[in-house]
Design a protein around this ligand. Structure first.
Ligand code: HEM
Ligand code: NAG
Ligand code: NAG
Ligand code: NAG
Ligand code: NAG
Ligand code: NAG
Ligand code: NAG
Ligand code: NAG
Ligand code: NAG
Length: 311
């Protein structure tokens, strides 16, 4: 859980100075880790974070935080979680034209290209589309200033994450586990405590409540239904609009002909490691404290709403 991660991160902290409030999380850590704050480097940073969240930690440097990865089964708050069947075609859980279908999202080489900091072997794979969409989406969530420029395309997947995840019928533990892997991944690159808090809280508030009203995540897509947590273990959103959401169903196992053996998509790559571009982490830029709040747009909005919950 988030607090556990924060405690671990706090114990290891010291990698970077405090982020100045006029620099987004993405831009700040791009500069810290990759030096030049270009759109291409921002996308590279988000690629490291997403790939690590998906398959577990594989890069050097890693400040000593182990990340199991979204594709690895684990436990969240005492509940067993295994998200792999939603990604490898074992469940008819993907929304294709309003019907739950079995789709293999590990058809672009699985973990092998990810440890090379790539989305997939083939641009025509489901894996390629999913991973590149995640780079674009998380780039917006982390406030990357280069999103929307030639080197870092803006997210052009479906706007409603409710529609995307509708037939997965996910629980609070499942969505919590996913968010925990994203936070752990960011922590493993040295993202500081207060920034992890912002990321974790934003993801929880946007996606981990049931019946959320239309909310803007990608500005050009406008307000959309975003609840990813759907079953009755999910806490209910403020300003909930449950009548806008269909009743939740759990996905059926796919027919064996559609099924891909999980072992073919092994996520454990043993000693394989891959270095961040320059292998060394540059000294943190000198931080200036205070000033106007202007983190990534979505986070600014959510963090504002969140402050109320925490105080
Ligand atoms: C904070 C939570 C999450 C966020 C922000 C998120 C975000 C996204 C985004 C942006 C896409 C791409 C949609 C598109 O290409 O149109 C996607 C697809 C997908 N997500 Fe999530 N997701 C989250 C949680 C989860 C969880 C918990 C699962 C559990 C299995 C999951 C499974 C998938 C799958 C299988 C797809 C591919 C669906 C398709 O192409 O139709 N996601 N997600
Ligand atoms: C942030 O503020 C500092 C000092 O107030 C300034 O030197 C710096 O250029 C600003 N950075 C950005 C990205 O606006
Ligand atoms: C940073 O980017 C500028 C302009 O693209 C380039 O001239 C410079 O060499 C880059 N610096 C590093 C350290 O990569
Ligand atoms: C993952 O991180 C942990 C903690 O730093 C480390 O012990 C382990 O070797 C890493 N795994 C890989 C595959 O890099
Ligand atoms: C963890 O589980 C307990 C007991 O079911 C519940 O009260 C609590 O809200 C859960 N916490 C989180 C963060 O999911
Ligand atoms: C994908 O690329 C990796 C690394 O180049 C390779 O080991 C693997 O066999 C490839 N997989 C497919 C399905 O092409
Ligand atoms: C709930 O709706 C009210 C009135 O429209 C609005 O002021 C408030 O910000 C909303 N709260 C959330 C968490 O969306
Ligand atoms: C499995 O196949 C049968 C017969 O083709 C079909 O009726 C059924 O809907 C399929 N189930 C799933 C979950 O795809
Ligand atoms: C995966 O499982 C299949 C069927 O059980 C088996 O034939 C194959 O050798 C396994 N592959 C690996 C890499 O373990």
């Amino acid at each position: 859980m988030l607090f556990k991660i924060l405690a671990v991160a706090a114990a290891i902290t010291g990698a970077f100075a405090q982020r100045p409030s006029n620099t987004s999380i993405c831009d700040y850590y791009t500069t810290a880790l990759l030096k030049n704050n270009t759109a291409a480097n921002q996308e590279k940073l988000i690629t490291f974070i997403v790939n690590t969240a998906v398959i577990g930690n594989y890069t050097t440097p890693n400040i000593g935080i182990s990340v199991p990865g979204i594709l690895t089964a684990g436990t969240y708050n005492g509940t067993r979680v295994n998200l792999l069947p939603y990604f490898n075609g074992a469940l008819a859980s993907t929304n294709r034209g309003g019907v739950g279908r079995s789709v293999n999202f590990l058809d672009g080489g699985g973990a092998a290209p990810l440890v090379q900091n790539k989305p997939a072997n083939s641009t025509s794979s489901n894996q390629y589309i999913l991973l590149t969409h995640l780079y674009e989406y998380f780039g917006a969530l982390f406030g990357c200033s280069g999103v929307g420029t030639a080197d870092y395309p803006v997210y052009n997947g479906l706007g409603s994450q409710y529609q995307v995840h509708k037939f997965m019928g996910l629980s609070h533990a499942q969505v919590g586990y996913f968010i925990e892997q994203v936070a752990l991944s960011a922590a493993s690159f040295g993202v500081g405590q207060s920034d992890l808090m912002i990321v974790g809280n934003a993801l929880n508030n946007l996606f981990n409540y049931r019946c959320a009203p239309p909310t803007v995540v990608i500005p050009i897509q406008g307000a959309q239904f975003q609840s990813i947590c759907l079953d009755n273990t999910c806490p209910i959103s403020r300003n909930s609009t449950c009548f806008s959401y269909d009743s939740t169903t759990k996905p059926a196992p796919a027919n064996s002909t559609n099924m891909f053996t999980p072992n073919a998509t092994t996520t454990k790559t043993g000693s394989k490691t891959s270095s961040l571009a320059t292998a060394t982490v540059s000294p943190p830029p000198k931080a200036s404290h205070g000033g106007a709040v202007s983190v990534g747009m979505s986070f600014a909005v959510v963090a504002g709403g969140l402050a109320a919950l925490f105080l």
